[in-house]
Each structure stands twice: as structure tokens, then as C-alpha cells.
Design a protein around this ligand. Structure first.
Ligand SMILES: Nc1ncnc2c1ncn2[C@@H]1O[C@H](COP(=O)(O)OP(=O)(O)OP(=O)(O)O)[C@@H](O)[C@H]1O
Ligand SMILES: [Mg+2]
Length: 381
């Protein structure tokens, strides 16, 4: 229900139809509907707006992936068949991020095959490329950079990893490149330039405690592996950082639109507000908020009214079914009010950010029809 403090309405179709918009990034807290929203928007961009669209999904649910024709991680976009693009002339391509393959590709691009093989064989690399916290975020950015550089698509819709915090997507690349940059590790491992004395022993002398802890935590073998890894990556540090910085600049450009996805729950809305603040300070273009999975009662009957009616009927007797329906309606109406209050916290903090609500569907969204329905809900058509 529109109220005086309501946010301006978000016009998603205007964004999807705008030739100047080349990247849409869907971000938000874990489990709020980022992947669903990204896929729904990409489908709509292709079907309604005739755009040659690619959606980069991250860990999509199996059934959703299957319905997009994605049966395995192959790290390249595949055209989605069986969608309704005859009239619009658009195309939809979809891919799932394979973070290890993406990392491998980056290594291959930045070094010769022999050195790459050495890196691939390193246990530290193996662990880091598949499990290191932040690798997925970094590789999502990397993949976005690659897709953008290919220049083949009118529109790239990007899903973001299921991080605990939405901010991880923006923070992880810097954190990872700081780690790869590994000043501290290099200080520990590199031989000193003068006197042939290892910097390691110098550091050991002054930070004895610290390196003992490092040894203990990492183990001697791992330290050797790590030393090899850092040495092998040495030539690529600049490359990694430069690429992350490049992608960061793309994210700041006018061709990018960030869409924040949130569920109408305190944690998700708080997360969305943090993220909106961060985008503002990074000068990254926030296009709007998608409040996903909201509950709306079917009739304009307040919780109090329907509870009162339920109690009156219950007193009469013989209307158990109706009483139950009225009580269920009251619960839903109460929930809707709570959700509006939660959403208002975001709108109060960011009154200029356009927003749209998407109703909770009766079932999970796992096929093209379901995505189309979500797309219609987001664009209120
Ligand atoms: N409006 C909706 N109504 C009903 N179900 C929904 C709606 N939006 C998303 N879902 C369902 O909620 C679940 C989570 O959605 P989704 O995978 O898109 O979230 P996510 O933000 O990508 O999660 P993660 O952070 O784990 O990646 C899925 O099963 C999806 O089908
Ligand atoms: Mg997801």
C-alpha cells in the first residue's frame, strides 16, 4: 500500500530497455533471491526488450540450472533455447561460474605453460582456487571482466555469490589481491638482497613468536608450498590487481546498474542498507531495491477486522472453516504490516532509492515460466 514515506517506484523495464545499461549486478544477503532475480531479469531483457543478454549465475539451484539448459559447469555461456524471443529478436545466454576453472584461466593468461603447470600442481594453489574464502567473489568479478571485454552482449546480468555479507562481493577482490600481494609472506620467505642472509631468519629473529605461530599453523611443508606458490605468482601480482581494479572501474561506470535484492526481514534489510551506503561511498550506481518474497493479503481487510469477525463467528458456532480462513487472513495481514515496517527502515535511510516489491510465490522458482512470472512482478506488468 503506498504511504507518504514510500520509496519512488523502481522501473525495471526502463533499465532493461536502456542501451546505455550494459551490466546489471544483483546483490544482497544470502538466500534472498539474487540468482532468481538475475535470471528473471535476463530472461525479460531478452524476451521483452530484444537484447542479446547473458546471465552469469553462481551456484544456481539444480532445477533452475537445468531449466536454463545448464547441466554442467563449463564456464562459458550457452544459449538458452525454448524461450519466447521470436517477436523481440533477443537472445538469452546463461552460464554458471566455475571458480577453479576461472582461476586457472587467469593463471594461464599471465604466465607461461611450464610455470602454470607448477602453480596448478601446488597444493596451496589447489586449496585456494577451490575453497579460499573470497575466491568465488573474486572470480565472479574476473568473469564479469572477461564477459565485458568480449563485447558480445548488449547486457550482462550478474548474480553474486551466496556470501554471508553482500559486501563480500566488493571487498573480496581487494582482500584477495592484498593476500596474493603477500607483502608479509614475501618478507618471511624471500631471501634478503644483501649479505646472503635470508630475510626469513631476520624476520624470525625479530618476530620469533610470530613466525613460530605461522609455522605451527601452516606446517613446514605447507610453508614450503606457500613459498613456491608466492614465488610462482610473483610475476602475476600486478596482473591480478590491475584486473580487479579494472573491473572495479567498470562497476563504477554509468553503464552499470546495481540492484539490491532483500527479503523483508530485519537482517536482509540491514544488509541492504549497509550495501547501499557502501555503493554510495564507492560511487557505484545503485538503481534500486527489489524487496523479494513479500506477503500481501488478498483482500483489503485489516488483521483487527478479520480477527474480530472470526471471534464473532466462532461465538455463533458452526462456521469453523470460515473462522479458520479469517484467522489465517489476520496472520497474513499482520505479517504484511511487519514486512512494511522492516522495509521502511531502508526507505527512511535511502528515501531516493527506487524500490519494488515482489510477492512470495506459492512455490520455488525453478523454470522459465516461473522466471517470467517473477520478471512480470518486478516490472509490475
Ligand atoms: N519471489 C519468490 N517466491 C517464492 N520463492 C522464491 C522467490 N524468490 C526466490 N525464491 C526461491 O527462494 C530460494 C532462494 O532463491 P535464490 O537462490 O534466488 O536466492 P539467492 O539470493 O541466490 O541465494 P544464495 O545467497 O544462496 O545464492 C530458491 O529456492 C528460489 O526458488
Ligand atoms: Mg544464489
Amino acid at each position: 500500500m503506498p504511504s507518504e514515506d514510500a520509496a519512488p517506484p523502481l522501473d525495471v523495464d526502463q533499465i532493461l530497455a536502456d542501451d546505455g545499461v550494459r551490466i546489471v549486478v544483483c546483490c544482497g544477503a544470502g538466500g534472498v533471491g539474487k540468482t532468481t532475480t538475475a535470471a528473471a531479469l535476463a530472461l525479460r531483457a531478452a524476451e521483452r526488450h530484444g537484447r542479446r543478454t547473458v546471465v552469469l549465475t553462481i551456484d544456481p539451484a539444480r532445477r533452475l540450472a537445468q531449466s536454463l539448459g545448464l547441466t554442467e559447469l563449463d564456464n562459458t555461456p550457452r544459449q538458452v533455447k525454448g524461450i519466447d524471443v521470436e517477436a523481440s529478436g533477443g537472445e538469452l545466454h546463461a552460464m554458471m561460474l566455475d571458480m577453479k576453472r576461472t582461476f586457472d584461466d587467469v593463471v594461464l593468461q599471465h604466465t607461461d605453460p611450464a610455470k602454470a603447470a607448477e602453480i596448478f600442481a601446488n597444493p596451496f594453489y589447489q586449496a585456494m582456487s577451490s575453497t579460499f574464502a573470497g575466491t568465488q567473489e573474486y572470480m565472479a568479478m574476473e568473469k564479469l571482466g572477461q564477459l565485458h571485454a568480449r563485447g558480445e552482449w548488449d547486457l550482462i546480468v550478474v548474480d553474486t555469490p551466496p556470501s554471508r555479507s553482500a559486501l563480500d562481493f566488493l571487498d573480496a577482490p581487494a582482500r584477495l589481491s592484498r593476500f596474493l600481494d603477500g607483502r608479509m609472506l614475501r618478507l618471511l620467505l624471500a631471501p634478503a638482497r644483501s649479505g646472503g642472509r635470508s630475510m626469513f631468519s631476520l624476520v624470525t629473529a625479530s618476530f620469533g613468536m610470530f613466525s613460530k605461530v605461522v609455522q605451527k599453523v601452516l606446517g613446514a611443508q605447507l610453508l614450503t608450498d606457500l613459498s613456491g606458490f608466492v614465488a610462482a605468482l610473483d610475476s602475476m601480482f600486478g596482473g591480478f590487481r590491475q584486473r580487479a581494479e579494472q573491473t572495479y572501474r567498470i562497476l563504477q561506470a554509468r553503464e552499470t546498474a546495481f540492484l539490491l535484492v532483500a527479503a523483508p526481514e530485519p537482517d536482509a534489510v540491514r544488509e541492504a542498507a549497509y550495501f547501499a551506503g557502501r555503493l554510495r561511498s564507492e560511487r557505484m550506481p545503485l538503481a534500486g531495491l527489489v524487496l523479494n518474497r513479500v506477503h500481501r493479503p488478498a483482500a483489503d481487510l485489516s488483521a483487527a477486522e478479520s480477527l474480530a469477525a472470526a471471534e464473532r463467528l466462532a461465538g455463533v458456532g458452526g462456521h469453523e472453516g470460515t473462522v479458520e480462513v479469517l484467522r489465517a487472513h489476520a496472520a497474513l495481514a499482520q505479517q504484511a504490516v511487519r514486512e512494511e515496517q522492516v522495509a521502511a527502515r531502508f526507505t527512511e535511510a535511502f528515501p531516493a532509492v527506487p524500490a519494488v516489491s515482489v510477492a512470495a510465490q506459492p512455490a520455488d522458482v525453478h523454470d522459465v515460466d516461473g522466471l517470467r512470472t517473477i520478471g512480470e512482478a518486478i516490472s509490475r506488468s
